[in-house]
Design a protein around this ligand. Structure first.
Ligand SMILES: Cc1cc2nc3c(=O)[nH]c(=O)nc-3n(C[C@H](O)[C@H](O)[C@H](O)COP(=O)(O)OP(=O)(O)OC[C@H]3O[C@@H](n4cnc5c(N)ncnc54)[C@H](O)[C@@H]3O)c2cc1C
Length: 401
């Protein structure tokens, strides 16, 4: 392998984590090629929550401004009983002084993926290639040789480091023969989007609402000009039935009754959810970040945020190793980020997942009472939000040596 060919980083996957990683590396002077198998940037319905810690991190190249521009600022979120309207409201302004963004922003991930893909194409030292599926690689002590199926043609590229940001089914992780231990949640998660302005009709909503109905639950999240609802399909319902026009109409009519009027469904999607982490995030010159390294329940909106934190952490390590520091920094990357994925993100999102699906009235009462106690004290509310807003985990990662 010629030294010159070798002097770049290849990123597999043009999702949010691959693009943030690539953009950051390029801005820091490292040549980057990003390969995305899709023929265009997808309108992925998954993530919409951006937490304070992530917005702070993205300030360096002002991506936070774009998220705020394309999203809705959400100063509070709530837990609520649908039938009585009783609720506990978490106010993020208690985080003032700890973050430059004492709020959540609800901005659908595809806006930022589109924005970054355009920005990347304006940089001299970065390329994003669509319709380019990485199908194999091999590494030695000098670099990594990567095999790509680009527009139906097989090509080979060389790089110093390969970063797998290729999502939950990661080919890079699989080729490294790394395990992906954890569990698959038995229930599917569904997202449906409507343009109905619930805020004008449904009393006292926050921008983010977790709502218990008599037998089930749903979430209602405000993004500009539309509301996203997270739905747990009913027992015995097939994915096709659960996503049907009729089932979604029933769902939204149960949230707010509009006799004789229909809800307009703008988009819908269904997802299997998992809680998994891989053995290591680094193996020689190959690194993993985002869903390729860890998966968690979407409850609490932490998966992509955690992946962004991986990417920013990893960029720092790659830049330092590039300029001569020891490659054992990549072991530190695994120690820091794997710890956060399990100790914080898995435990918090799993607790959110179970709490949301709790149907026992006594247990629900206890949770609501506990939340009302927390939200009645700014100190307790701040303690809670430092964790759920992912500020504490970023600080904890920095303390791991
Ligand atoms: C319903 C739902 C709601 C969610 N909401 C939130 C939320 O509010 N906040 C949050 O933080 N997280 C949320 N998440 C999680 C979030 O969507 C993911 O964590 C995030 O998309 C991960 O980004 P990624 O770039 O790692 O992977 P992906 O978004 O999966 O991107 C991987 C990319 O790699 C490409 N690729 C795969 N294999 C190859 C290959 N061999 N060669 C080239 N390209 C390849 C794929 O085409 C894809 O574009 C949610 C998830 C779900 C299911």
């Amino acid at each position: 392998m010629k030294k010159k060919d070798n002097e770049k980083v290849i990123i597999v996957g043009g999702g949010p984590i691959g693009l943030i990683c690539g953009f950051w590396l390029a801005k820091k002077g490292i040549p980057v090629s990003i390969y995305e198998k899709g023929i265009k940037i997808p309108e992925d319905l998954r993530a919409s929550t951006w937490h304070p810690a992530t917005l702070d991190m993205l300030e360096e190249y002002k991506i936070n401004d774009e998220i705020i521009k394309k999203g809705s600022i959400t100063p509070s979120w709530q837990y609520r009983f649908q039938d009585t309207g009783e609720r506990a409201i978490f106010e993020l302004n208690v985080l003032e002084g700890e973050t430059n963004h004492p709020f959540r922003v609800q901005c659908e991930q595809f806006h930022i993926v589109k924005y970054l893909s355009n920005k990347i194409n304006t940089l001299d030292n970065a390329n994003l290639f669509l319709n380019s599926e990485v199908y194999n690689f091999k590494q030695d002590e000098k670099g990594v040789e990567v095999k790509i199926n680009q527009n139906g043609k097989k090509i080979t590229e060389n790089c110093s480091y390969l970063v797998g940001c290729d999502g939950g089914r990661s080919l890079i992780r699989n080729k490294l023969k790394l395990g992906f231990d954890g569990k698959t949640y038995p229930v599917l998660t569904m997202v449906a989007i409507t343009d109905f302005p619930f805020e004008d009709f449904y009393e006292g909503l926050s921008g983010v609402n977790y709502i218990w109905t008599k037998k089930s639950n749903f979430s209602l999240l405000k993004v500009p000009n539309r509301w996203r609802s997270g739905i747990t399909p009913l027992k015995g319902q097939s994915p096709e039935e659960a996503l049907s026009d009729k089932a979604l109409e029933d769902h939204f009519q149960k949230i707010y009754k509009r006799p004789g009027e229909k809800y307009k469904i703008l988009a819908r999607g269904m997802y299997q959810t998992h809680q998994r982490v891989t053995e290591t995030f680094n193996s020689g010159r190959v690194l993993l970040a985002g869903d390729a390294a860890h998966l968690n329940s979407p409850n609490g909106g932490m998966g992509m945020n955690c992946g962004v934190h991986d990417a920013i952490n990893l960029v720092d390590k790659i830049v330092r190793v590039w300029h001569g520091e020891d490659s054992s920094l990549f072991d530190l990357y695994t120690r820091q980020r794997k710890t956060i994925a399990t100790k914080y993100v898995h435990s918090l999102s799993d607790a959110n997942h179970k709490r949301m699906r709790q149907t026992d009235p006594v247990a629900r009462r206890e949770i609501m009472d506990d939340f009302k106690k927390i939200t009645s004290s700014r100190k307790l509310m701040k303690n809670y939000l430092m964790k759920s807003s992912m500020i504490e985990s970023v600080r904890y990662a920095e303390s791991i040596k």
